[in-house]
Each structure stands twice: as C-alpha cells, then as structure tokens.
Design a protein around this ligand. Sequence first.
Ligand SMILES: Nc1ncnc2c1ncn2[C@@H]1O[C@H](COP(=O)(O)OP(=O)(O)O)[C@@H](O)[C@H]1O
Ligand SMILES: C=C(OP(=O)(O)O)C(=O)O
Length: 335
Amino acid sequence: MKEQPSARQIYGTIGPACADVETLEAMFRAGMTGIRLNLSHVTLAQAADQVDALHKAAQRCGKQAELLIDMQGPELRVGVLAEPLTLNEGEVFELGGKGIPLPEIAIPALLPGQEVLLDDGKLLLRVTEQTETGAVAEVLRGGVLRGRKSLALPGADLEPPTMTASDVENIRVAASCGVTGVMQPFVRSRRDLETVRQALDENGGANIRLFAKIENQTGLERLPEFLETADEIVIARGDLGNAMPLWELSAAQKRIEAQCRKAGKPFMVVTQMLASMEQNPVPTRAEVSDIFNAVADGAAAVMVTGETAVGKWPVEVIRYLSNTVQAAERFLREG
Ligand SMILES: Nc1ncnc2c1ncn2[C@@H]1O[C@H](COP(=O)(O)OP(=O)(O)O)[C@@H](O)[C@H]1O
Ligand SMILES: C=C(OP(=O)(O)O)C(=O)O
C-alpha cells in the first residue's frame, strides 16, 4: 500500500551539516516539509547561500519550501567566543568584562548565589562574587561552551526588548527571502506578538505566519492571553526545560497541548526529538516514542534542531522523524 503524505509539518534546522543543495534535496525526499533558520547564529543576509540552497533543493523536488526564521527576540545568549571554552567542575570563570561575554542586560543580575545555565542547561555555574564589570562564578556542572549558546538566569527579573536591531533588519527583508513563518522566542505577552505582527505587516509580510515559542514560566502563565494572537504555538523544550525541574517538563508540554487543542490552535513540538542522532545513525526507543506521542497528542508539526544543523546524520534524522510521524498518523487512523 502506498504511504499517504503526512498531514503534518516536518521541519529540520539548517546549519553547516546540511546547507548544500544535495543534502537538503535528500531531506525533502525523506519527508521534510520545511526548514528553520536560527537567526541567533547568522543574519538572513549572511545566510543568503543557505536560503538559496534551500529554495533550489525544494524546486528539484517540485515542492514549495517553507522557511521559518527563528528570531533573537528577548532570548539571552552568550556573546561570540573566539573558540570553544572548556569549563571544568570546580573552576572559576569571570563573566562579563574580559571573561565570558554576556549581554549588558544580564550583568546587574549576576549577584552572589545566582545560578547561570548555559547551552539549554547543559552547563551550570553559580556566581560567587560581583566585580566592577561582571562577576566571578564557579562551575558546578562542566562541559564545552561554544559562542552564542543560550544563557538563563533562573529567578532574575530581566525585561529585554521584543526585537533586537538584527531582528528588525531580518524582518525587513523576510518577505523577499521567501520566509513563510517567523518564530518569536520567549513570548511574554500579546504585545510581543503584536509588535512582530506589525513589523511584518509594514514590510510586505502580511502572509507570513507568526509562531509563538513558549520558553519560560511567563510564557506558560500568559499563554491564554496571547494564544489567539499567534498562528501557531511552539513548545520549545530546550529553554522551557531550563525553567523547571526536567521531570516537570512533560506535564508542562501536556498542559500547553491541552490548551491548544481546546482553542483549536495548531502547535509544534520541538527540541531533542532525536538528540542522540547528532552522533548516531539510529535513535533511541525513547526518542521515537517522544515523536509518536507528540503526534498522538495532536501536534501539527515537529521540528529538530542541532540534529540536522550540526549532526552527522541529517538525512537519516528526517527519515526517522517523518516515518515515525507517519506511523503515529496510521495508528490514529487505524488503531
Ligand atoms: N544557520 C546557521 N549557520 C551556521 N551555523 C549554525 C546555523 N544554525 C545553527 N548553527 C549551529 O548549529 C548549532 C545548533 O543549532 P540550534 O539548535 O538551532 O542552536 P542553539 O542550540 O544554539 O539554539 C548552533 O549552536 C550553531 O553552532
Ligand atoms: C528551539 C529552541 O530554541 P533555541 O534553539 O533558540 O534555544 C528551544 O528552546 O527549544
């Protein structure tokens, strides 16, 4: 029996591991429907070759590529590092000043005792003392830190603006680059979404869909306020998992899903769906189960991130993602 095409959207994230026409074509043929471009690492202008490769690959398959741009928004990230930095448990590092570059807005929050989560919580530091330009912090959970990785300061009350200067510029050229959707990180209010919507409308992007990423407690709490303003809700488990003990994350995911289902709002489940495949050609049973359950719970879309951006097996990742989505759809139809 011929497999029906999936009714759901299947997204990869573009990056050095897949940004050539051949690999992207193979990903489309394996079931990918669109790509996310993470604009925390490049601007749309800098990614012109990647975007071009994407459109060429889709064309070869007779498809119209969906291109989602993931904005910087109010997300905090480490600055640019000349090279990866190894942080060993027990060592102390300077944050800010001449040390690890952090955004200006984060510096006043670096008070003694403040925890500092890096790269979706893979690394953990605790501030031991404030300095004139930043702070000194001890490494509690070590690892390798690369530039532009996520930064979270649990409990700190920071209010970064909705869009960075780079976001404004990216929105200005979005329509002309074939962007079909904008993902707004760390949505805190309806105002955040209205600001982005207005910027899109003013720049020829009235048809571009707006995706609201739920990434912290504020997003979780205020979801009922802005649910209607978003075209789609994104359960962004990388950062959301920093906002609570990890064992609470699945309940948070299920609560968002239930609210979306009740409101008839499409939702997307993302991050670490096939994380082990950054290194291995075969996923774990738990990973395929995660994808299957997201579809069974009603997800309109699923998306992988580093697995295709920097992983060793981008085409295989999409094949597992797509086949598992189809298996779940079959199960929903036939039991
Ligand atoms: N468009 C891009 N061009 C070059 N490198 C990229 C691009 N997108 C992502 N990367 C690299 O791939 C890594 C994984 O991508 P992603 O999961 O989207 O990022 P992050 O974990 O930083 O949010 C990034 O940390 C970055 O090193
Ligand atoms: C996809 C996510 O966002 P980012 O890659 O920007 O951390 C996430 O947090 O799950």
